[in-house]
Ligand binder design. Structure first.
Ligand code: NAD
Ligand code: IPM
Ligand code: MN
Length: 352
């Protein structure tokens, strides 16, 4: 029987509340489809560890993850630790160190979900944000000067490389070919005069190799409005690191809740493990209450199974999610219900 070695990193806040439901679901699928998952849990890679030992993970953390087949992560961030310290101490080093340059974030309005957007109907809104995940606006280049003086300043450089953008675009165009054949590139070349015109040029250059894909570009500000006004027109949306980050929360809200949205941080060459995690964060405002929506983590686990070569098992999960939402009124508070995380998970397991 095939066994997959999975690293579990619950992290902080609701991260530790949404991973066990995902694991429960995974184990059902393993039994049904004839594979096993062996977990190594890195429970203390968290802000608590940072406060105790001054580091989010051990110095050889990446080496410990290196031989795993995939990583399942909850969320990182705690009010007592500056976010740039916790995230650059754990999540971002994994994305970068393992060259997970594609961040795939699908969006779907499920039947039974009341989208806050008028006209966002189930079956019509179904697209994916392909986010650049290792360069762009997220960069260590820059600095802070003259702290505490009137001439204090901060400089933050964005780094866009031909190789980095091109490999992402190729992934996005190929995905569009397999889907509905439409690609939208998020740009801001009217205001950002170096990186974004370069991005646009590379999009046009790569588009020439994918004649079957109809493509266009939209300025990020106008695109944000169109996500709300006409979400059904999108198929593949390709975006830089920061633009993709913002668009994916917006898209999740259009789909009903940020608690639903999944993400796959992919190293397409499979030279390193890929990482799967919900789009949402550690949600300190609801942590410890057993009310977090586990579907983002569960859907992320489905993406992991797909990546590990079990597309039918992955589909079982998304089908069960769809059935719970369409056929029952059991749902967590973010979706207008009253169910706890545990009750919602139990209902899903029952349907599964
Ligand atoms: P957040 O996603 O944690 O929360 C935003 C809002 O959405 C909150 O009101 C929260 O209660 C709600 N929410 C999020 N997930 C939910 C779920 N599963 N079910 C129900 N409601 C949910 O974003 P934030 O408030 O900007 O960040 C909180 C912390 O998380 C910060 O430290 C931030 O840096 C971190 N963060 C981490 C990740 C990650 O690890 N990938 C992602 C985003 C934010
Ligand atoms: C996400 C998060 C992270 C990001 C933060 C926490 C660094 O918002 O995964 O979307 O911006 O990538
Ligand atoms: Mn985000």
């Amino acid at each position: 029987m095939t066994n997959h070695r999975i690293a579990l990193i619950p992290g902080d806040g609701i991260g530790a509340e949404v991973l066990p439901p995902a694991q429960q679901v995974l184990d059902v699928l393993g039994r049904r489809h004839g594979f096993t998952l062996s977990y190594t849990s890195y429970d203390d890679w968290s802000c608590e560890r940072y406060l105790r030992e001054g580091a989010m993970m051990p110095a050889d953390g990446l080496a410990q993850l290196r031989d795993k087949d995939a990583i399942l992560l909850g969320a990182v961030g705690h009010p007592g630790v500056p976010d740039h310290v916790s995230l650059w101490g754990l999540l971002i080093p994994i994305r970068r160190g393992f060259r997970q340059y594609v961040n795939l974030r699908p969006i779907k309005v499920f039947e039974g979900i009341d989208s806050p957007v008028r006209g966002a109907r189930a079956g019509e809104v179904d697209f994916v944000v392909v986010r650049e995940n290792v360069e762009g606006e997220y960069s260590e280049v820059g600095g802070r000067l003259n702290r505490g003086f009137p001439d204090e300043m901060a400089v933050q450089e964005a780094v866009f490389t031909r190789a980095g953008v091109t490999r992402l675009l190729d992934y996005a165009f190929q995905l569009a070919e397999q889907r509905k054949g439409r690609l939208t590139s998020a740009t801001k070349s009217n205001g950002i005069v170096h990186t974004m015109p370069f991005w646009d040029e590379l999009v046009a250059e790569r588009a020439a190799s994918f004649p079957q894909v109809g493509w266009g570009q939209e300025h990020i500000d106008a695109l944000a409005a169109k996500f709300v006004l006409e979400p059904a027109r999108f198929d593949v949306v390709v975006a830089s690191n920061l633009f993709g980050d913002i668009l994916s929360d917006l898209a999740a809200a259009v789909a009903g809740s940020i608690g639903l949205a999944p993400a796959a941080n992919l190293n397409p060459e499979r030279e390193f493990p890929s990482m799967f995690e919900p789009v949402h964060g550690s949600a300190p405002d609801i942590a410890g209450q057993d009310i977090a929506n586990p579907l983002g983590a569960i859907w992320s686990a489905a993406m992991m199974l797909d990546h590990l070569g079990h597309p039918r098992a992955a589909k079982d999960i998304t089908d069960a999610m769809a059935a719970v939402l369409a056929k029952t009124d059991v749902r967590t508070r973010d979706l207008g219900g009253t169910a706890s995380t545990a009750d919602f998970t139990d209902k899903l397991l029952e349907v599964l």
